[in-house]
Design a protein around this ligand. Sequence first.
Ligand code: ARG
Length: 592
Amino acid sequence: MASSLRHSLTTKVLQSLRCINNVVLPEESQLLSALQVNSSSSKKQIELQLPLYTVIGKGNNHVEKKSIFQKGGEIIKGFQTDECITGISLSPPESKNLFVNFHLDISHYCRHLLIDILGTHEKDYVLKKLFSVPKDQIIVEFSSPNIAKPFHVGHLRSTIHGNFLSNLFLALGHDVKRLNYLGDWGTQFGLLQFGLDQGWFSWDEISKNPIRLLLEIYVKANALAEKDESVSVTARNLFQRLESGDEELSKNWTEIRQYTVTELRQTYARLGVKFDEFHWESQYGIKELTNVLSILEKTGHLFIKPGEGTKVVRLNDQRTVTLIKSDGSSLYLTRDLAAAIDRWKKFPFRRMLYVVDNAQSDHFVSLKSVLSLMGHAWANNIEHVKFGRIKGMSTRKGTIVFLSDLLDEAHVRMKAKQITSPNTRVNVEENPQITDILAVSAVIINDLKQRRQRDYIFNWDDALQDKGDTGIRLQYTHSRLHSLEKMSGVILPDDLHSLDTSLIQEQELIDLMRDLGRFHQVLQDSYNQLEPCILVRYLFDLSHSIGVALKTVPVKNQEEDLAQVRLAIFSASKRILSICLKILGIQPLDEM
Ligand code: ARG
């Protein structure tokens, strides 16, 4: 909500707090972020709420609560109302949380907010945050599928969530590195190398269709190995050669990875996802691991398990983890250790987020513990951002093997919906890119609206609805606002100060303005909890308020002043909707 209004309000609140005995004065920034638009007020009123626990303290018992309530009363006594803040009240003493409510003059509030949203460059508006987040270096590692293995729904969730988190951190001014860490290492790659050596496909074929063909080669080699032990032996030897840095094998491997990246980039582009860097498990072969191991050895943490020959680290009385197998090859965890250290050296991060499903919780606990044992204080900067499973997401062909299949399926289904929907305005045959964006919006919103850590059941029909809480609905709202701007024949004044906000009288518009004022708070909450569903639910509310206002409050054929101020509200709504969609990883559509 309008920052100048908030600032003058906090100054005044501080003034009245100064007059009260025994109150530790909060920082201005603390106060600013504590003030929230009261979203439950439904009257023709807009209020800012200050939870008393944020400035005076939490009342744990009756007596303490009473004293807090009294202090609240003193704030009110000392507070001077003015033309912007027209009234002040205290929530009833029996309420669970005590608030001071500031009643805002609607016309002033709307003027401030509309000028703020429409008069500021989009990027600056997001950054005009009313809370203070220091600019930090952040690594977000996400997606991270495996070569020659199916892309599963866990990778999809990681991709969608990781992209959202990167966008959010970036929008809030951080220095973000988006990393995709691909699984291309481990004993099974000896099998793949064996398969490649058989020449089942030419290099040319592989280069054109690497993701599918590599999986095919791997599956075929695996089947052979099950029947013929000598194939397994060859594969193991090949992997050992690869791991110890054999030049020719490494060169092949680099090339294959290059083809894979090229193909992956195309698919990610359909999803609107970009990475700054692609890293590979294979970057952390035995050579790179020696350092890690020698530090652990020197500090007495690494020892050889008697009888097995594996090298393990003891984390505590109950848990040891293996870092080197008896044949000398490395493990997933070992490579992650080396990778983390490497990343820290190149980009000393304030936070590094690993966006990976719940199932790998133990792995990341071990990773952090071993790094701490090694004396890396920055192990505390590592966070495993976990998410639950999706059940029931499959394509007509069966379970998902390739990301591109999922997107194709979404496209086909979306197209069928568009053809029958009364809301379709574009020529569906001529605009496949619109269908693709709609399909992707549906898949993304359907995922991000769920609480991150919960499992959920996927259903194509629910996701692709144009009514209800879906991505299609949000796109529909956005494109309606766009067409209103184009078709109303009304133009906003150059000087937004000349908007006559006293004409804003309708409950529907007041409700909408109240929603718009919640934007920064919602962003902050979503950021604090790394929880996209907070932002998505806000968009559903916003989209609902926009829909109601569009239905009841005309812009066309009105007096110019009235038409302009109404259009300004709809344009501001479109802007906020668009900013939020982009943060969620969705390209807002102007027509559909
Ligand atoms: N490739 C792994 C898998 O599919 C996920 C990698 C997660 N990131 C990491 N640094 N371990 O299970």
